[in-house]
Ligand binder design. Sequence first.
Ligand code: ZN
Length: 147
Amino acid sequence: MDLSDLYQDVLLDHSRKPRNFRVIADADRKAEGFNPLCGDQVTVYLKLDHDRIKDASFQGSGCAICKASCSVMTDEIKCKTGEEIGKLFERFHGLVTGKTTPDAEALGKLAVFSGVSEFPIRVKCATLPWHTLRAALEAKKEKVTTE
Ligand code: ZN
């Protein structure tokens, strides 16, 4: 099996059965994001332990890439600090925009999004969850949009 087939399977699995697709009723942070280009709409919920993510979840509706990105992201950021998440987002952004050579080890599960760089219109679908996460970490009140 070729690596891109494997990635495709992982993405499909996450978009069909998203992990952490729930509301955290007593969330410490929450932010909403919208990608008008595609119609993706997400709300990210966080439980914090000081600067560390204790729990993360999301709700919303979006395309397969957006849902898969929310699902993998909310899994990958658990137990990480805001600073670690900032670095991870930088790597992820470089990966999906094709601007940096992917460092598979540092990316972990996020590496499955490498194919997104071939579809520039999908980059915002993949990064919307991360922009929304950043707004939640920064406790921003206004809705995030990718435009
Ligand atoms: Zn989308």
